[in-house]
Design a binder for this molecule. Sequence first.
Ligand code: IMP
Ligand code: MG
Length: 175
Amino acid sequence: MTEAVQGAGRIVFQAHELRDRVLALGREISDAYGPEDRLLVLGVLKGSFVFMADLVRAIDVPLQVDFLIASSYGDEQVSSGDPKLLYDPGSSLQGRAVLLVEDIVDSGSTLRTLLSTLRERRPASLEVCVLLHKSAAGVEPPPRWVGFDAPNEFLVGYGLDHAEDFRQLPYIASL
Ligand code: IMP
Ligand code: MG
């Protein structure tokens, strides 16, 4: 991992801290849903892909998985505030319990836009599980499940990138 680490800076969340927290989130989510919910776990690509893979394996109610792609940052470190849906989930959301999984919430604008788009598809319920939450100002209503409060720094690793680099780091570091 030495070369990949170069330029990735200080470690903020170690791999074992991520593992423990994801297992706990999986238990809480398992308690909140049953088989009758037909849970659909919807990951926001690309940043959520590592978190998603660990999270769904920590959930022990029946579920299905799909993804969507929203783009807001490009190669910048500051949000453009104009997220676009570049890939739409194939699954119908109507009447299902939908759990949206995001890597990180910063200004909350990506999440706000996604939630209003997804609500129009009439899921039976729509909840959010986000690994990292940056701002206190944030989203209304706040995500139901939050992994960690994150420092207001640019973070990479465990799926999070800077200009597509560093996604494979097993921990989260500050640039
Ligand atoms: P928001 O729309 O300002 O809440 O930004 C959320 C999106 O920006 C997330 O889906 C991330 O993909 C990206 N993002 C925000 N902060 C970071 C960070 O520190 N590292 C990597 N990506 C980030
Ligand atoms: Mg993202």
